[in-house]
Design a protein around this ligand. Structure first.
Ligand SMILES: Nc1nc2c(c(=O)[nH]1)N[C@H]1C(S)=C(S)[C@@H](COP(=O)(O)OP(=O)(O)OC[C@H]3O[C@@H](n4cnc5c(N)ncnc54)[C@H](O)[C@@H]3O)O[C@H]1N2
Ligand code: MOO
Length: 412
């Protein structure tokens, strides 16, 4: 096994995913599109807003006051043909500004005087003297974007506000990348799924966490199976044997296993893949935790990631290998690193890279937050990651307090 550096492992995983990027797109209703990645830029056919509207409840006015306030049929006619000088009609927030209107006088600043079947609108005594300035409380059409402008870029992962932007531009459906599909195979004789485990047994960390983690990366877990430490059932679960009806393979399929990446009599993942003729793209990573992780292409073309059994090692390996593969499948960039300043030192380790969950801390002497590495960084410990703001990517030689290191945001 020749380990890849952490950064090579990420790049290899991203390139492998990108090479199998889906060449079909789905067209989905907005109500189904949350979490999908836009396959093409969304170009608005209309200006946004698409008509000049009032920002206040009040009166649209033309010329200087006092104004003749039109009501009923006269007001309707003026709204469609336009306002003459010295005329006003009432308007609601968001309402169409009639042609000829120069400003909106808000309700609080006007007084209506009724006399002999006609109405006059005056400035209220309390109104600021400059009211109504030209253009006051009018939102012109196209102030946010002109017609024909790109309101969402290709590659945007659609969050709730993006869906509102698409709706505002008049879209009912959008073209998105199909969701990457993930098959989970969770290994281990000692893993139990309910209750307090007896000594020698452990509660499963991955069944409750990985579907949500995969969803946060834009993927969907299409199947999840548990197998004991048995080579032939593991091979069946991985679809490496003809005994199991092969599910339809797609470019964007990823198989993820947990545990069994070591060399003990209970670990079968590497040997099964080797015997099946899989192409090992990453065979171990020079990182702690997560050293035994692997990435391979199965003989049927599906990509495969083997996560180590230790829970923290496994979830950090999601960041190292699974996130880059799924980003590549969806045509997205490799997740960016950003610099963080350490609040406390991170010790060196016998590996090129040390991954360490951290929390952001604000201290009175510094304008920028510092990263406090979690004390719960054993490969089986999850409470540090559960409360983390991100993960530090430290050199294996160790880093002193105040040192600058790259960091990854958590996708979940
Ligand atoms: N002789 C060596 N032993 C180990 C080495 C090594 O280099 N030489 N590496 C260690 C490292 S680092 C890791 S990480 C683990 C990798 O182990 P495996 O991927 O083979 O995983 P398992 O042996 O199946 O399990 C390891 C550990 O994780 C627990 N586990 C497994 N599944 C779950 C689950 N679903 N939920 C919670 N915990 C789980 C399992 O009980 C073990 O405690 O190997 C080291 N050993
Ligand atoms: O690298 Mo193991 O993955 O430390 O626990």
């Amino acid at each position: 096994m020749t380990r890849s550096s952490w950064s090579d492992a990420r790049s290899i995983a991203h390139a492998a995913g990108a090479a199998q990027q889906s060449d079909v797109v789905d067209t989905l209703a907005l109500s189904e599109a949350l979490g999908h990645v836009l396959a093409a830029p969304l170009v608005s056919p209309i200006a946004i807003p698409h008509y000049a509207s009032s920002a206040m409840d009040g009166w649209a006015v033309a010329g200087v006051g006092p104004w003749t306030l039109l009501t009923g049929g006269d007001a309707e006619r003026a709204r469609s043909v336009g306002l003459g000088d010295g005329v006003a009609v009432d308007v609601l927030t968001g309402g169409l500004i009639p042609a000829g209107a120069e400003a909106v006088l808000q309700l609080e600043h006007g007084v209506v005087e009724q006399s002999a079947g006609s109405a006059r609108l005056h400035l209220a005594p309390s109104a600021p003297s400059e009211e109504p300035r030209p253009g006051r409380h009018i939102r012109p059409a196209g102030t946010e974007s002109p017609a024909g402008s790109t309101v969402l870029d290709a590659g945007t992962r659609l969050g709730p506000v993006h869906l509102a932007v698409a709706a505002g531009a008049g879209f009912d459906r959008v073209s998105v990348m199909p969701l990457p599909r993930v098959r989970l195979v969770l290994t281990g004789d000692e893993v139990v799924t309910s209750g307090v485990p007896a000594p020698g047994f452990v509660r499963d960390s991955f069944g409750p966490s990985l579907p949500g983690v995969i969803a946060s990366l834009g993927g969907v877990v299409t199947s999840s199976v548990r197998v004991g430490d048995d080579a032939s059932t593991t091979a069946d679960a991985l679809g490496l044997t003809s005994a199991v009806g092969a599910p339809a393979r797609q470019q964007r399929d990823l198989v993820v296993t947990t545990g069994g990446t070591g060399d003990s009599r209970a670990d079968h993942v590497r040997a099964l893949l080797r015997d099946a003729g899989a192409d090992f793209l990453v065979d171990g990573v020079d990182v702690r935790p997560g050293g035994p992780a692997l990435l391979a292409r199965l003989p049927d073309g599906r990509l495969f990631v083997g996560l180590p059994g230790n829970p923290l090692a496994a979830l950090l390996t999601v960041l190292t290998l699974v996130h880059p593969v799924l980003a590549g499948f969806q045509g997205l960039e490799l997740p960016a690193l950003r610099p963080a300043v350490l609040a406390s030192p991170v010790d060196g380790a016998r590996s090129g890279t040390v991954l360490r969950p951290y929390r952001s801390v604000h201290d009175a002497d510094s304008p920028t937050p510092h990263a406090e590495p979690t004390p719960w960084h054993g490969a089986a410990m999850l409470r540090g990651l559960a409360d983390a703001d991100g993960v530090l990517v430290c050199p294996g030689s160790g880093t002193a307090a105040g040192g600058l290191v790259p960091s990854l945001d958590l996708p979940w």
